[in-house]
Design a protein around this ligand. Structure first.
Ligand code: ZN
Length: 89
């Protein structure tokens, strides 16, 4: 029973890793901590998944951050113009 209870809880290790995971994935973590985290990720599925999710989110945010090309902007603009002119007067 004790083992089961422990499995249901977030181990303190994981909490510590979760705190620095973002910095680790961004490469902003000091080297002394980096290997602790990478070692933990190798044997901890929970944190491994969290790392994957973070990288995925970061990747899609990066894609959004790239500025849309001129065509798209022009289309959005005329769409907005149409909306405002149709609505009023
Ligand atoms: Zn963990």
């Amino acid at each position: 029973m004790k083992i089961f209870e422990r499995m249901m809880r977030v181990p303190p290790d994981c909490r510590e890793v979760a705190d620095v995971l973002q910095a680790y994935l961004d490469g902003e973590l000091p080297e002394s901590k980096t290997h602790v985290v990478s070692e933990h990720l190798q044997h901890c599925e929970r944190c491994g998944i969290e790392a994957d999710v973070y990288l995925e989110v970061k990747r899609s945010l990066g894609e959004l951050a790239t500025p849309p090309d001129r065509d798209v902007m022009a289309r959005l603009r005329s769409f907005a113009d149409r909306l405002t002119s149709e609505g009023g007067s």
